[in-house]
Design a protein around this ligand. Structure first.
Ligand SMILES: Nc1nc2c(c(=O)[nH]1)N[C@H]1C(S)=C(S)[C@@H](COP(=O)(O)O)O[C@H]1N2
Ligand SMILES: [Mo]
Length: 319
């Protein structure tokens, strides 16, 4: 296996900048060439340029059950400080991510289900009522933020999918299109981005499928049009720009676990007492402030999720 000694998310901004500039220039050139080459692509581009057809669904009604212990992170901070390796390895991918075409967007549901199907994102989003939830988010890199997400419980999508009782895990996959997302040309990552959950985790009420944030459709840099929010787990579990949900018998291997299993595992539950091999998880930078806060077990969501892990104490639950 190709072991990367220093990945982008550990690079200081200054070192990552040249690659960022390179990647975004490549994406502009690739986009222009593709447009010239095919009338089909030109049509897709016109569809993509239409106003967002889900705009009327926002702002969604807030679910008051989920309360925060700190102020919301500023929207301007949240949309411009991102991990989205498909568009580059620095935090400053928000410009490059504008190349993400979010219409048409088709979601595939397959694997161990009554009947596999595909559904257009705009049909899916009108099947299930949206709500707003204020959640904390804790990246494995020891920074945290708070977000007013809109969306619906992942459990509702599971219900729609009608999995067989033999399904044990939910595997999720991000789009794969290196012309659109030049980061996917980096050969040492096993694209597409994949993540997985047990069925019990996927149907826990906290697991939230995000379609919006800050009272409108979610920004491209934050994983439009459909991403996950799992506030009790490290952020890399919260996969962005999902195109496929597969119900499977075997534990899926996520992109980060595939690259560096000694540091990034399947469970990845937040725990201040279990250090990452290369840094402490005891406290976190509060994004957009100069403050540090002590990290909380399960990122403060133990009352919702601690029971999921009873009897699993022998598993590596914390990384
Ligand atoms: N497809 C995809 N999903 C992803 C990532 C990514 O690089 N690609 N990064 C993950 C990580 S490490 C984090 S912390 C969150 C970041 O979400 P944000 O940019 O909205 O803060 O997305 C997660 N989901
Ligand atoms: Mo992260």
């Amino acid at each position: 296996m190709n072991v990367i000694r220093k990945r982008g998310w550990e690079l200081p901004e200054s070192e990552a900048t040249s690659e960022q500039v390179f990647l975004s220039r490549r994406s502009v050139l690739a986009g222009a060439a593709a447009l010239a080459a095919s009338p089909g692509v030109a049509l897709a581009q016109r569809v993509a340029d239409l106003p967002d057809p889900s705009r009327d669904l926002y702002p969604a009604r807030r679910n008051e059950k989920f309360v925060l212990d700190r102020p919301l992170t500023e929207e301007s901070v949240n949309v411009t400080y991102n991990n989205f390796y498909e568009f580059g390895t620095s935090k400053s991918i928000s410009r490059a991510a504008q190349a993400l075409r979010i219409r048409p967007w088709t979601v595939k549901i397959d694997g161990m289900v009554e009947k596999p199907f595909e559904i257009g994102f705009d049909d899916l989003i009108r099947k299930i009522p949206l709500e707003e939830r204020l959640y904390r988010h804790r990246c494995v890199e020891a920074w945290g933020m708070t977000v007013p997400w809109s969306g619906f419980p992942l459990a509702k999508l599971v219900e729609l999918a009608q999995p067989l009782s033999s399904a044990k895990y939910l595997r999720m996959e991000t789009f794969h299109d290196a012309n659109m997302a030049p980061g996917q040309r980096a050969p040492f990552y096993p694209w597409p981005y994949v993540e997985g959950l047990t069925m019990a985790e996927a149907t826990n009420e906290l697991a939230f499928l995000v379609t919006g944030a800050y009272g409108k459709p979610v920004a491209k840099s934050m994983g439009a049009p459909l991403r996950l929010a799992l506030p009790w787990k490290y952020g890399f579990k919260s996969i962005k720009s999902i195109v496929r949900f597969s119900f499977v018998a075997d534990r899926p291997k996520g992109l980060w676990e595939a690259i560096q299993p000694s540091e990034y595992g399947f469970w990845a539950n937040v725990n201040p007492e279990v250090a990452h091999p290369r840094w402490s998880q005891a406290s976190e930078e509060v994004l957009g402030t100069s403050e540090r806060r002590p990290t909380l077990l399960y990122n403060g969501y133990g009352e919702y999720v601690a029971d999921l892990y009873k009897g699993l104490e022998k598993e590596r639950l914390w990384a």
